[in-house]
Design a protein around this ligand. Sequence first.
Ligand code: ZN
Ligand code: ZN
Length: 297
Amino acid sequence: MILPDFLQNLLHFFIAYGWVFSLPILERFWYIQKKPLLRQGFISDLLYPYHPFGIEFFIIMGVAIYVFPAEHNGYLQGYLSDKSFFYTMIILIILGEIVFYTAHYYSHKIPVLWEFHRVHHSSTTLDSLSTSRFHILDRALFTAPILIIIAYLAPRPEVVLIYEFARGFMDRFIHSNLNVPRSLHKLLISSPHFHRWHHAQDKEAWDTNFSGNFIFMDLIFKTAYDPDPSIKPPPTTFGEDGYTNNIILHQLLPFHFLLKKTQFYTVFCQKMNLYYQQIRDHKWHQQLSRFKWVREL
Ligand SMILES: [Zn+2]
Ligand SMILES: [Zn+2]
């Protein structure tokens, strides 16, 4: 099956731009919670899908080139190259969910990994724009394994393109504010209702709903939390109050929090604070502080 050029271009367009800009429009009309479009962190979340810190891409490519020679010599290497569309798609979906669930589970359970994944959980507004808010190393943890598996099993490129198109939609869909039927869960498809619990501040929902686009892994490992809304009202508060919305600080803060656990860095920060205090106490700073714009810097 070779896709016509115009269809390939359309799929590429939707993966890169279509879902990013179409879902926020739908969320204006068909929402779970009424929220302003220009909420806190709007600019950062708009920059996220297009930011230039694509370090994880080089990490993934480096690993993939190291692991695989060009020839298909390994066990099952190139296995999907001659399989049918539906069979290939089902295998990709199952493998994608297993990899996503595993990476996601450990990014919550291992403290070092959590500091990086915490960035994704920092947004206090859950909408489709908040989907891409990821630390680059955290995103690498989620995407590297499935990219390596795809490179190894070598499915046909057009199947991978359709898979990425569907996955691009589902990633944004489950983070969206769209009020869709909950009956999707009966078909094992995830939804905004299901993933909202994963981002909720409600303590009973912590460390639940790790699945990506289908919910079967949470059902198998008994980590699904999906109470009937007539018994338990849907969550209304998300993320971490007080965590920065700044895209640059998102990339630096995990290192700061991890280094803070070391004696050397704690002493360094204390010294920096002392210097900062001396600057604040200086007469020139006192004079400048009379200007409102300086105080707000
Ligand atoms: Zn998470
Ligand atoms: Zn999420």
